[in-house]
Ligand binder design. Structure first.
Ligand code: ATP
Length: 463
Protein backbone atom coordinates (compact mmCIF):
# COMPACT_ATOMS: atom_id res chain seq x y z
CA UNK A 1 0.00 0.00 0.00
CA UNK A 2 1.46 3.35 -1.06
CA UNK A 3 0.29 6.62 0.48
CA UNK A 4 0.15 9.58 -1.89
CA UNK A 5 1.31 13.02 -0.77
CA UNK A 6 -1.81 15.18 -0.53
CA UNK A 7 -2.00 18.51 -2.27
CA UNK A 8 -3.19 20.86 0.49
CA UNK A 9 -4.52 23.41 -1.98
CA UNK A 10 -7.54 21.48 -3.12
CA UNK A 11 -7.87 19.20 -0.12
CA UNK A 12 -10.80 21.18 1.30
CA UNK A 13 -12.63 20.97 -2.03
CA UNK A 14 -12.12 17.21 -2.09
CA UNK A 15 -13.42 16.85 1.47
CA UNK A 16 -16.48 19.05 0.82
CA UNK A 17 -17.27 17.09 -2.32
CA UNK A 18 -16.88 13.70 -0.60
CA UNK A 19 -19.10 14.89 2.25
CA UNK A 20 -21.86 15.74 -0.18
CA UNK A 21 -21.40 12.71 -2.44
CA UNK A 22 -21.59 10.22 0.41
CA UNK A 23 -24.15 12.03 2.55
CA UNK A 24 -22.13 13.43 5.47
CA UNK A 25 -22.95 17.13 5.02
CA UNK A 26 -25.06 19.16 2.57
CA UNK A 27 -25.08 22.92 1.93
CA UNK A 28 -27.98 24.49 3.89
CA UNK A 29 -31.04 25.39 1.73
CA UNK A 30 -29.16 24.08 -1.32
CA UNK A 31 -32.19 23.86 -3.64
CA UNK A 32 -32.72 27.62 -3.12
CA UNK A 33 -29.12 28.47 -3.96
CA UNK A 34 -27.81 27.92 -0.42
CA UNK A 35 -27.93 29.95 2.79
CA UNK A 36 -24.46 31.10 3.83
CA UNK A 37 -22.99 29.73 7.04
CA UNK A 38 -25.47 26.86 7.37
CA UNK A 39 -25.05 23.15 6.60
CA UNK A 40 -27.38 20.18 6.95
CA UNK A 41 -26.16 16.84 8.29
CA UNK A 42 -26.85 13.65 6.36
CA UNK A 43 -26.97 10.18 7.85
CA UNK A 44 -23.19 9.56 8.06
CA UNK A 45 -22.59 13.10 9.34
CA UNK A 46 -25.16 12.62 12.09
CA UNK A 47 -23.42 9.39 13.13
CA UNK A 48 -19.93 10.95 13.08
CA UNK A 49 -21.14 13.96 15.06
CA UNK A 50 -22.86 11.73 17.62
CA UNK A 51 -19.76 9.58 18.06
CA UNK A 52 -17.76 12.74 18.75
CA UNK A 53 -20.25 14.20 21.23
CA UNK A 54 -20.45 10.78 22.94
CA UNK A 55 -16.68 10.72 23.51
CA UNK A 56 -16.79 14.30 24.87
CA UNK A 57 -19.65 13.42 27.23
CA UNK A 58 -17.78 10.32 28.36
CA UNK A 59 -14.58 12.33 29.00
CA UNK A 60 -16.58 14.85 31.06
CA UNK A 61 -18.44 12.09 32.91
CA UNK A 62 -15.14 10.46 33.89
CA UNK A 63 -14.16 13.68 35.65
CA UNK A 64 -15.05 13.83 39.34
CA UNK A 65 -17.57 16.55 40.31
CA UNK A 66 -19.07 16.95 36.84
CA UNK A 67 -22.72 17.84 36.25
CA UNK A 68 -24.61 18.31 33.00
CA UNK A 69 -27.03 20.92 31.71
CA UNK A 70 -29.26 21.58 28.72
CA UNK A 71 -30.20 25.25 28.90
CA UNK A 72 -32.52 27.07 26.50
CA UNK A 73 -31.38 28.79 23.32
CA UNK A 74 -33.56 31.82 24.09
CA UNK A 75 -32.89 33.74 27.28
CA UNK A 76 -33.77 37.08 28.76
CA UNK A 77 -32.03 39.85 26.80
CA UNK A 78 -30.48 40.94 30.10
CA UNK A 79 -28.19 37.88 30.04
CA UNK A 80 -26.35 39.29 27.02
CA UNK A 81 -26.17 42.79 28.45
CA UNK A 82 -24.65 41.44 31.66
CA UNK A 83 -22.18 39.25 29.78
CA UNK A 84 -20.95 42.19 27.69
CA UNK A 85 -22.03 40.61 24.38
CA UNK A 86 -24.47 43.40 23.48
CA UNK A 87 -21.82 46.08 23.75
CA UNK A 88 -18.63 44.23 22.92
CA UNK A 89 -19.17 40.97 20.98
CA UNK A 90 -18.12 42.09 17.54
CA UNK A 91 -15.80 41.50 14.61
CA UNK A 92 -14.23 44.24 12.46
CA UNK A 93 -16.28 44.52 9.25
CA UNK A 94 -14.99 46.09 6.05
CA UNK A 95 -16.96 46.40 2.80
CA UNK A 96 -15.46 46.59 -0.69
CA UNK A 97 -16.67 49.77 -2.45
CA UNK A 98 -16.58 48.02 -5.85
CA UNK A 99 -18.27 44.62 -5.40
CA UNK A 100 -19.78 45.17 -1.91
CA UNK A 101 -18.20 41.94 -0.60
CA UNK A 102 -18.04 41.94 3.21
CA UNK A 103 -14.79 40.82 4.86
CA UNK A 104 -13.18 40.75 8.28
CA UNK A 105 -10.54 43.49 8.41
CA UNK A 106 -8.34 41.41 10.78
CA UNK A 107 -8.38 38.51 8.27
CA UNK A 108 -7.44 40.78 5.33
CA UNK A 109 -4.56 42.21 7.37
CA UNK A 110 -3.49 38.69 8.32
CA UNK A 111 -3.39 37.78 4.59
CA UNK A 112 -0.62 40.35 4.09
CA UNK A 113 1.24 39.26 7.22
CA UNK A 114 -0.02 41.93 9.64
CA UNK A 115 -1.34 40.70 12.96
CA UNK A 116 -4.42 42.55 14.17
CA UNK A 117 -6.36 41.25 17.13
CA UNK A 118 -10.10 40.93 16.38
CA UNK A 119 -10.76 42.56 19.77
CA UNK A 120 -9.03 45.88 18.91
CA UNK A 121 -11.19 49.01 19.11
CA UNK A 122 -12.66 50.50 15.91
CA UNK A 123 -10.21 53.37 16.16
CA UNK A 124 -7.17 51.11 16.57
CA UNK A 125 -8.01 48.73 13.74
CA UNK A 126 -8.87 51.63 11.37
CA UNK A 127 -5.43 53.09 12.08
CA UNK A 128 -3.67 49.79 11.27
CA UNK A 129 -5.86 49.22 8.20
CA UNK A 130 -5.22 52.74 6.85
CA UNK A 131 -1.46 52.26 7.10
CA UNK A 132 -1.66 49.28 4.69
CA UNK A 133 -4.75 50.17 2.65
CA UNK A 134 -2.88 50.28 -0.67
CA UNK A 135 -1.62 46.69 -0.21
CA UNK A 136 -4.96 45.05 0.67
CA UNK A 137 -7.04 43.39 -2.04
CA UNK A 138 -10.72 42.48 -1.88
CA UNK A 139 -11.02 38.66 -1.93
CA UNK A 140 -14.11 39.04 -4.14
CA UNK A 141 -12.94 41.30 -7.00
CA UNK A 142 -9.30 42.16 -6.26
CA UNK A 143 -9.96 45.92 -5.97
CA UNK A 144 -8.12 47.96 -3.35
CA UNK A 145 -11.07 50.20 -2.58
CA UNK A 146 -12.60 49.85 0.87
CA UNK A 147 -14.74 51.93 3.21
CA UNK A 148 -14.05 52.30 6.94
CA UNK A 149 -13.77 49.41 9.39
CA UNK A 150 -16.88 49.01 11.58
CA UNK A 151 -17.44 46.84 14.64
CA UNK A 152 -20.17 44.42 13.57
CA UNK A 153 -22.04 42.77 16.47
CA UNK A 154 -22.14 38.98 16.25
CA UNK A 155 -25.33 38.39 18.22
CA UNK A 156 -28.26 37.24 16.09
CA UNK A 157 -31.50 38.94 17.09
CA UNK A 158 -34.97 37.43 17.28
CA UNK A 159 -38.48 38.68 18.01
CA UNK A 160 -39.53 35.56 19.94
CA UNK A 161 -41.96 36.63 22.65
CA UNK A 162 -41.52 40.33 21.80
CA UNK A 163 -45.17 41.10 21.32
CA UNK A 164 -44.59 44.81 20.99
CA UNK A 165 -41.54 46.72 19.86
CA UNK A 166 -40.95 48.36 23.24
CA UNK A 167 -40.04 45.06 24.85
CA UNK A 168 -36.43 44.18 25.43
CA UNK A 169 -34.53 42.84 22.42
CA UNK A 170 -34.22 39.04 22.38
CA UNK A 171 -31.10 37.24 21.07
CA UNK A 172 -30.30 33.72 19.98
CA UNK A 173 -27.48 32.60 22.22
CA UNK A 174 -24.01 33.45 20.94
CA UNK A 175 -22.42 30.79 23.14
CA UNK A 176 -23.73 28.07 25.43
CA UNK A 177 -21.60 29.26 28.38
CA UNK A 178 -24.03 31.97 29.53
CA UNK A 179 -26.72 29.31 30.07
CA UNK A 180 -24.27 27.64 32.46
CA UNK A 181 -23.43 30.81 34.39
CA UNK A 182 -27.07 31.73 34.96
CA UNK A 183 -27.78 28.20 36.27
CA UNK A 184 -24.72 27.97 38.55
CA UNK A 185 -26.80 28.82 41.65
CA UNK A 186 -29.53 26.34 40.71
CA UNK A 187 -27.00 23.54 40.35
CA UNK A 188 -25.25 24.46 43.62
CA UNK A 189 -28.57 24.59 45.48
CA UNK A 190 -29.48 21.04 44.44
CA UNK A 191 -27.09 19.98 47.21
CA UNK A 192 -25.30 17.37 45.09
CA UNK A 193 -22.15 19.41 44.50
CA UNK A 194 -19.72 21.68 46.26
CA UNK A 195 -16.77 23.73 45.03
CA UNK A 196 -14.95 22.64 42.92
CA UNK A 197 -17.46 21.33 40.39
CA UNK A 198 -18.09 21.55 36.68
CA UNK A 199 -21.15 22.06 34.49
CA UNK A 200 -20.90 20.61 30.98
CA UNK A 201 -23.27 21.32 28.14
CA UNK A 202 -23.60 20.63 24.42
CA UNK A 203 -25.86 22.85 22.38
CA UNK A 204 -26.43 25.14 19.43
CA UNK A 205 -24.99 28.66 19.24
CA UNK A 206 -25.57 31.38 16.65
CA UNK A 207 -23.28 34.14 15.41
CA UNK A 208 -23.66 36.68 12.67
CA UNK A 209 -20.22 35.84 11.28
CA UNK A 210 -19.20 38.41 8.64
CA UNK A 211 -17.76 35.88 6.25
CA UNK A 212 -18.62 32.28 7.14
CA UNK A 213 -16.01 30.15 5.38
CA UNK A 214 -13.90 27.04 5.28
CA UNK A 215 -16.89 24.71 5.31
CA UNK A 216 -17.67 23.58 8.88
CA UNK A 217 -14.94 25.75 10.41
CA UNK A 218 -16.87 29.00 10.60
CA UNK A 219 -20.64 28.71 10.48
CA UNK A 220 -23.46 30.99 11.56
CA UNK A 221 -25.37 28.19 13.25
CA UNK A 222 -23.10 25.72 15.03
CA UNK A 223 -22.84 23.51 18.08
CA UNK A 224 -20.57 23.93 21.07
CA UNK A 225 -19.31 21.56 23.76
CA UNK A 226 -18.54 23.78 26.73
CA UNK A 227 -17.55 23.06 30.31
CA UNK A 228 -17.28 25.63 33.08
CA UNK A 229 -15.37 24.60 36.21
CA UNK A 230 -16.20 26.58 39.36
CA UNK A 231 -13.35 26.69 41.84
CA UNK A 232 -11.76 28.38 44.81
CA UNK A 233 -9.64 31.32 43.55
CA UNK A 234 -6.56 29.76 45.22
CA UNK A 235 -6.97 26.56 43.22
CA UNK A 236 -8.08 27.99 39.89
CA UNK A 237 -4.67 28.27 38.24
CA UNK A 238 -3.89 24.62 39.09
CA UNK A 239 -7.24 23.63 37.61
CA UNK A 240 -6.49 25.61 34.46
CA UNK A 241 -3.29 23.58 34.00
CA UNK A 242 -5.12 20.31 34.72
CA UNK A 243 -7.80 21.09 32.13
CA UNK A 244 -5.20 22.03 29.52
CA UNK A 245 -3.58 18.65 29.98
CA UNK A 246 -6.88 16.74 30.02
CA UNK A 247 -8.17 18.37 26.87
CA UNK A 248 -4.97 17.66 24.92
CA UNK A 249 -5.05 14.05 26.13
CA UNK A 250 -8.65 13.81 24.93
CA UNK A 251 -7.62 14.53 21.32
CA UNK A 252 -4.79 12.04 21.56
CA UNK A 253 -7.24 9.46 22.91
CA UNK A 254 -9.45 10.16 19.86
CA UNK A 255 -6.51 9.20 17.66
CA UNK A 256 -5.80 12.63 16.13
CA UNK A 257 -2.28 13.03 14.70
CA UNK A 258 -0.35 14.64 17.62
CA UNK A 259 1.95 16.47 15.19
CA UNK A 260 -1.05 18.50 14.05
CA UNK A 261 -2.06 19.65 17.52
CA UNK A 262 -0.47 22.38 19.61
CA UNK A 263 -1.16 24.87 22.38
CA UNK A 264 -1.17 28.55 21.52
CA UNK A 265 -1.18 30.96 24.46
CA UNK A 266 -3.27 34.12 23.94
CA UNK A 267 -1.03 37.10 23.36
CA UNK A 268 -3.53 39.74 24.46
CA UNK A 269 -5.66 38.65 27.37
CA UNK A 270 -9.09 40.28 27.79
CA UNK A 271 -9.03 42.48 30.89
CA UNK A 272 -10.74 39.98 33.20
CA UNK A 273 -8.87 36.84 32.08
CA UNK A 274 -6.06 35.45 34.22
CA UNK A 275 -4.76 32.99 31.61
CA UNK A 276 -5.94 31.67 28.25
CA UNK A 277 -4.78 29.45 25.43
CA UNK A 278 -6.14 27.69 22.38
CA UNK A 279 -5.62 24.14 21.25
CA UNK A 280 -4.87 24.57 17.56
CA UNK A 281 -5.07 22.02 14.76
CA UNK A 282 -3.22 22.23 11.47
CA UNK A 283 -6.14 22.38 9.03
CA UNK A 284 -5.38 22.32 5.26
CA UNK A 285 -5.73 26.15 5.39
CA UNK A 286 -3.23 26.46 8.25
CA UNK A 287 -3.03 26.33 12.06
CA UNK A 288 -6.31 27.48 13.57
CA UNK A 289 -8.21 27.44 16.85
CA UNK A 290 -10.00 24.23 17.65
CA UNK A 291 -10.71 24.76 21.35
CA UNK A 292 -10.31 27.60 23.81
CA UNK A 293 -9.22 27.01 27.42
CA UNK A 294 -9.72 30.10 29.55
CA UNK A 295 -9.24 31.03 33.18
CA UNK A 296 -11.89 33.76 33.41
CA UNK A 297 -11.53 34.82 37.05
CA UNK A 298 -14.84 35.79 38.70
CA UNK A 299 -15.93 38.07 35.85
CA UNK A 300 -18.99 36.16 34.61
CA UNK A 301 -20.60 35.48 37.97
CA UNK A 302 -19.81 39.02 39.19
CA UNK A 303 -21.52 40.49 36.12
CA UNK A 304 -24.62 38.32 36.57
CA UNK A 305 -24.70 39.18 40.30
CA UNK A 306 -24.58 42.87 39.39
CA UNK A 307 -27.29 42.72 36.73
CA UNK A 308 -29.65 40.23 38.40
CA UNK A 309 -29.19 41.21 42.04
CA UNK A 310 -28.80 37.51 42.94
CA UNK A 311 -25.98 36.73 45.38
CA UNK A 312 -23.52 34.46 43.54
CA UNK A 313 -21.21 33.87 46.50
CA UNK A 314 -20.36 30.40 47.69
CA UNK A 315 -20.07 29.79 51.43
CA UNK A 316 -17.53 27.16 52.45
CA UNK A 317 -19.17 25.27 55.34
CA UNK A 318 -15.85 24.27 56.89
CA UNK A 319 -13.83 27.47 56.70
CA UNK A 320 -16.86 29.82 56.66
CA UNK A 321 -15.09 31.61 53.81
CA UNK A 322 -17.45 33.38 51.36
CA UNK A 323 -16.39 34.11 47.79
CA UNK A 324 -17.48 34.25 44.17
CA UNK A 325 -15.96 31.16 42.55
CA UNK A 326 -13.41 31.55 39.78
CA UNK A 327 -14.12 29.84 36.48
CA UNK A 328 -11.99 27.73 34.16
CA UNK A 329 -13.70 27.16 30.82
CA UNK A 330 -13.08 24.65 28.04
CA UNK A 331 -14.96 25.43 24.83
CA UNK A 332 -14.91 23.63 21.50
CA UNK A 333 -17.18 23.50 18.46
CA UNK A 334 -18.67 20.16 17.41
CA UNK A 335 -18.59 21.22 13.74
CA UNK A 336 -14.93 22.26 13.96
CA UNK A 337 -14.11 18.93 15.61
CA UNK A 338 -15.92 17.06 12.82
CA UNK A 339 -13.90 19.03 10.25
CA UNK A 340 -10.67 18.22 12.08
CA UNK A 341 -11.55 14.51 12.21
CA UNK A 342 -12.37 14.54 8.48
CA UNK A 343 -9.12 16.35 7.58
CA UNK A 344 -7.09 14.03 9.79
CA UNK A 345 -8.69 10.93 8.27
CA UNK A 346 -8.67 11.89 4.57
CA UNK A 347 -6.15 9.89 2.60
CA UNK A 348 -5.40 8.89 -0.99
CA UNK A 349 -3.39 5.74 -1.53
CA UNK A 350 -2.95 2.67 -3.68
CA UNK A 351 -3.78 -0.92 -2.76
CA UNK A 352 -2.03 -3.06 -5.37
CA UNK A 353 -2.72 -1.25 -8.62
CA UNK A 354 -5.92 0.28 -7.45
CA UNK A 355 -6.10 3.92 -6.38
CA UNK A 356 -8.53 4.87 -3.68
CA UNK A 357 -9.80 7.63 -1.42
CA UNK A 358 -10.09 6.47 2.16
CA UNK A 359 -11.23 8.08 5.40
CA UNK A 360 -9.04 6.49 8.05
CA UNK A 361 -11.31 7.35 10.97
CA UNK A 362 -10.31 5.98 14.35
CA UNK A 363 -12.72 2.98 14.59
CA UNK A 364 -14.52 4.43 17.62
CA UNK A 365 -15.52 7.49 15.56
CA UNK A 366 -16.37 5.74 12.29
CA UNK A 367 -20.05 6.25 11.35
CA UNK A 368 -20.26 2.58 10.29
CA UNK A 369 -18.15 0.03 12.19
CA UNK A 370 -18.53 -2.76 9.69
CA UNK A 371 -20.29 -3.65 6.45
CA UNK A 372 -21.61 -7.16 5.80
CA UNK A 373 -21.79 -8.59 2.25
CA UNK A 374 -22.67 -11.87 0.60
CA UNK A 375 -19.94 -12.71 -1.94
CA UNK A 376 -22.54 -13.11 -4.68
CA UNK A 377 -25.92 -11.47 -4.95
CA UNK A 378 -27.71 -14.29 -6.73
CA UNK A 379 -27.05 -17.12 -4.28
CA UNK A 380 -29.92 -17.35 -1.76
CA UNK A 381 -27.89 -19.55 0.62
CA UNK A 382 -25.12 -16.90 0.83
CA UNK A 383 -27.63 -14.09 1.26
CA UNK A 384 -29.47 -15.92 4.00
CA UNK A 385 -26.25 -16.65 5.93
CA UNK A 386 -24.99 -13.06 5.46
CA UNK A 387 -28.33 -11.73 6.74
CA UNK A 388 -27.93 -13.81 9.90
CA UNK A 389 -24.43 -12.38 10.45
CA UNK A 390 -25.71 -8.85 9.74
CA UNK A 391 -28.64 -9.19 12.20
CA UNK A 392 -26.35 -10.27 15.04
CA UNK A 393 -23.86 -7.44 14.46
CA UNK A 394 -26.58 -4.85 13.88
CA UNK A 395 -28.26 -5.76 17.18
CA UNK A 396 -24.92 -5.40 18.96
CA UNK A 397 -23.41 -2.28 17.36
CA UNK A 398 -26.21 -0.49 15.49
CA UNK A 399 -23.67 1.20 13.18
CA UNK A 400 -23.57 -1.73 10.71
CA UNK A 401 -24.24 -1.58 6.96
CA UNK A 402 -25.59 -4.15 4.53
CA UNK A 403 -23.78 -3.85 1.21
CA UNK A 404 -24.49 -6.15 -1.75
CA UNK A 405 -24.25 -3.56 -4.51
CA UNK A 406 -21.73 -4.14 -7.34
CA UNK A 407 -18.71 -6.42 -7.14
CA UNK A 408 -16.62 -6.88 -3.99
CA UNK A 409 -13.92 -4.46 -5.17
CA UNK A 410 -16.49 -1.70 -5.66
CA UNK A 411 -18.02 -2.39 -2.26
CA UNK A 412 -14.60 -2.08 -0.61
CA UNK A 413 -13.93 1.25 -2.37
CA UNK A 414 -17.32 2.60 -1.31
CA UNK A 415 -16.83 1.55 2.30
CA UNK A 416 -13.24 2.93 2.29
CA UNK A 417 -14.58 6.28 1.17
CA UNK A 418 -16.93 6.53 4.14
CA UNK A 419 -14.31 5.20 6.54
CA UNK A 420 -15.79 1.79 7.45
CA UNK A 421 -12.94 0.01 9.27
CA UNK A 422 -14.07 -3.58 8.56
CA UNK A 423 -15.79 -5.31 5.64
CA UNK A 424 -17.14 -8.78 6.32
CA UNK A 425 -17.78 -11.13 3.41
CA UNK A 426 -19.81 -14.33 3.58
CA UNK A 427 -18.69 -16.86 0.94
CA UNK A 428 -19.00 -20.56 0.18
CA UNK A 429 -16.40 -21.48 2.81
CA UNK A 430 -18.64 -19.81 5.39
CA UNK A 431 -21.33 -22.38 4.67
CA UNK A 432 -18.82 -25.17 5.28
CA UNK A 433 -16.78 -23.93 8.28
CA UNK A 434 -18.74 -20.93 9.68
CA UNK A 435 -15.87 -18.48 9.11
CA UNK A 436 -16.04 -15.16 7.27
CA UNK A 437 -13.46 -12.88 5.64
CA UNK A 438 -12.77 -9.68 7.56
CA UNK A 439 -10.95 -7.09 5.49
CA UNK A 440 -9.05 -4.28 7.23
CA UNK A 441 -9.69 -0.81 5.71
CA UNK A 442 -6.20 0.59 6.31
CA UNK A 443 -4.03 -2.32 5.21
CA UNK A 444 -6.40 -4.12 2.84
CA UNK A 445 -5.39 -7.35 4.60
CA UNK A 446 -7.94 -10.08 5.09
CA UNK A 447 -8.31 -12.72 7.78
CA UNK A 448 -10.74 -15.53 8.43
CA UNK A 449 -12.71 -15.18 11.65
CA UNK A 450 -15.23 -17.59 13.11
CA UNK A 451 -18.76 -16.15 13.04
CA UNK A 452 -19.19 -16.78 16.77
CA UNK A 453 -16.07 -14.64 17.47
CA UNK A 454 -17.07 -11.69 15.27
CA UNK A 455 -18.82 -9.69 17.98
CA UNK A 456 -15.89 -9.75 20.38
CA UNK A 457 -13.40 -9.17 17.50
CA UNK A 458 -15.19 -5.95 16.43
CA UNK A 459 -15.86 -4.83 20.01
CA UNK A 460 -12.18 -4.99 20.87
CA UNK A 461 -11.26 -2.95 17.79
CA UNK A 462 -13.70 -0.11 18.33
CA UNK A 463 -12.94 0.61 21.99
P1 ATP B 1 -12.67 32.32 16.29
O1 ATP B 1 -11.52 33.17 16.79
O2 ATP B 1 -12.26 31.18 15.41
O3 ATP B 1 -13.81 33.14 15.75
P2 ATP B 1 -13.63 32.42 18.95
O4 ATP B 1 -12.36 32.70 19.70
O5 ATP B 1 -14.58 33.51 18.69
O6 ATP B 1 -13.27 31.64 17.59
P3 ATP B 1 -14.99 31.14 21.07
O7 ATP B 1 -15.97 32.22 21.27
O8 ATP B 1 -13.92 30.96 22.09
O9 ATP B 1 -14.36 31.21 19.63
O10 ATP B 1 -15.80 29.79 20.87
C1 ATP B 1 -15.35 28.54 21.34
C2 ATP B 1 -15.27 27.50 20.25
O11 ATP B 1 -16.48 27.45 19.50
C3 ATP B 1 -14.18 27.76 19.22
O12 ATP B 1 -12.94 27.30 19.68
C4 ATP B 1 -14.69 26.97 18.05
O13 ATP B 1 -14.34 25.58 18.17
C5 ATP B 1 -16.19 27.10 18.15
N1 ATP B 1 -16.68 28.17 17.27
C6 ATP B 1 -16.68 29.50 17.50
N2 ATP B 1 -17.23 30.17 16.46
C7 ATP B 1 -17.59 29.23 15.56
C8 ATP B 1 -18.22 29.28 14.28
N3 ATP B 1 -18.60 30.43 13.74
N4 ATP B 1 -18.43 28.13 13.61
C9 ATP B 1 -18.05 26.94 14.14
N5 ATP B 1 -17.46 26.83 15.34
C10 ATP B 1 -17.23 27.94 16.06
Amino acid sequence: MKEEKLDKNNLMEKIVSLCKRRGFVFQGSEIYGGFAGTYDWGSLGVALKRNITDTWNKAMQDHPNMTFLDSSIFTSGKVWEASGHVSGFSDPLIVCNKCKEKSRADHLLENIGIKADEKLSELEINKIFNESRNKIKCPGCGAKDFGKVHASNLLATSNLGMLDENEQQVYLRGETAQGIYINYKNVLDTGFVSIPFGIAQIGKAFRNEISPRQFLFRKREFEQMEMQYFCNPNEAMDNYEIWKKERMEYYQMLGINPKKLRFKPHENLVFYAKAACDIEYEFPFGWNELEGIHYRGDYDLTQHQKFSGVDMKFCDEETKEKYIPHIVETSVGVDRTVLMVLCDAYCEDKIGESERVVLKFPPKLAPIVCAVSPLLKNKPELISKAKDVFDVLKAEFGRVAWDDNGNIGKRYRRQDEIGTPYCIVVDFDTLADNTVTVRDRDTGEQERIKVENLKSYIKEKIQ
